[in-house]
Design a protein around this ligand. Structure first.
Ligand code: ZN
Length: 290
């Protein structure tokens, strides 16, 4: 059978369509994440990082890097797949990072991983744990993990299946990916977004932010294998853990913006000065129109 022109175009259209789908998670994210329209997600220009989740979902990142960036900040959402608002806020913040305040110095290289646990987000219903049933935020290699994570899970959580730390530290592709990001990107600050406790937690050196928007600092505890424990306490990289007040609704757009501006101000005032980056920089006060 001859290879016709229409057959050629059918194949070409098929390849373009499947390629486009493989190059964006935005149809799924817009369907799952609250307050995320397809356009907002597409504008985030997420790139596949390479590694995949247990179920084979790509892990997506977005870098926003001004030419003279000197400070590296890693922002992570949806470590817990049922905290849908956390992935949504990360996507909104990508837009804000890409449209910075006119009077703010552009010194921050942002790396966003808006959804670290896509299998949890995409499962029906969404699940806290990954597809192996592991709580990724208990799977980081804190000292004495083998003893402490198991004891904590058995004694303190009563073997809660939502909080299983996994068979060994970094047993999961998603936590290994984030660990690898910490080693290669070498963030000087990590911002980890969760829900629904409505507070701010902080681990590590430096002075914590007292508030972000309506969220106030309330250091609630230390868990074996958590990102805050591993990064903040054992690696000396400050970790701001944001607990949004609701898992299935984002804060209002104005509140998300205020949280972002408060985060920027704190980063500039505290972290940048501590790292010897342009001390005395003015705090951002206004935002460029989108
Ligand atoms: Zn969480």
């Amino acid at each position: 059978m001859p290879f016709t022109r229409s057959a050629f175009w059918s194949i070409a259209i098929y390849l373009v369509a499947t390629h486009a789908h493989a190059n964006s998670p935005c149809a799924e994210y817009a369907a799952k994440l609250p307050n995320v329209k397809r356009d907002l997600c597409e504008a985030a220009q997420l790139q596949p990082a390479g590694p995949r989740s247990v179920n084979g979902q790509a892990l997506w990142v977005r870098d926003v890097k001004p030419d003279n960036a000197t400070l590296r900040v890693l922002v992570v959402g949806a470590i817990h797949g049922d905290e849908l608002s956390s992935g949504a806020v990360a996507l909104h913040w990508i837009q804000m990072a890409a449209q910075p305040p006119v009077d703010a110095p552009q010194v921050i290289h942002w790396r966003f991983v808006p959804v670290l646990n896509p299998d949890g987000v995409l499962s029906k219903p969404p699940r806290r744990v990954n597809a192996h049933g592991v709580d990724l935020n208990r799977n980081f290699p804190t000292p004495n993990w083998e003893r402490d994570a198991k004891v904590y899970w058995e004694k303190r959580t009563g073997k809660d299946p939502r909080r299983w730390p996994g068979p060994k530290p970094l047993s999961e592709p998603e936590s290994r990916f984030l660990h690898e990001q910490m080693q290669s990107f070498k963030p000087q600050l990590i911002v980890s977004i969760h829900a629904p406790y409505g507070v701010l937690d902080f681990d590590g050196p430096s002075v914590p932010p007292s508030r972000l928007g309506r969220l106030y600092l309330d250091q609630v505890g230390i868990f074996p294998g958590s990102l805050g424990n591993y990064g903040g306490i054992h690696k000396g990289v400050p970790v701001v853990t944001i607990e949004l007040p609701n898992s299935t609704r984002t804060p209002l757009d104005a509140e998300m913006r205020q949280m972002w501006l408060d985060l920027l101000r704190w980063v500039h005032e505290k972290v940048a000065v501590q790292n010897g980056v342009a001390p005395g920089m003015p705090a951002p006060t206004s935002h460029r129109a989108p």
